[in-house]
Design a protein. Structure first.
Length: 71
């Protein structure tokens, strides 16, 4: 597996993980799944921070994959 493919895979996984966490944060904000996230000891702020970190990792991986020369 080349470096570019690995970076794009990491970018893709963190992109979808970010969206999943962002949707969970929205559900928590709308009081739909509050008891579930409270039982896991996750606050709304923690869910937002995780989604932002996932999107940052995604962007960094994709930018680095596009900047690397293809062999």
């Amino acid at each position: 597996m080349s470096h570019v493919i690995r970076l794009q895979l990491i970018g893709r996984v963190t992109y979808y993980a970010g969206w999943i966490v962002l949707v969970c944060g929205g559900l928590f904000h709308l009081n739909i799944a509050t008891t579930l996230f409270t039982a896991m000891r996750l606050s709304q702020r923690n869910l937002l921070e995780v989604s932002v970190v996932c999107f940052l990792i995604c962007m960094a991986s994709e930018l680095r994959a596009h900047a690397l020369p293809v062999n």
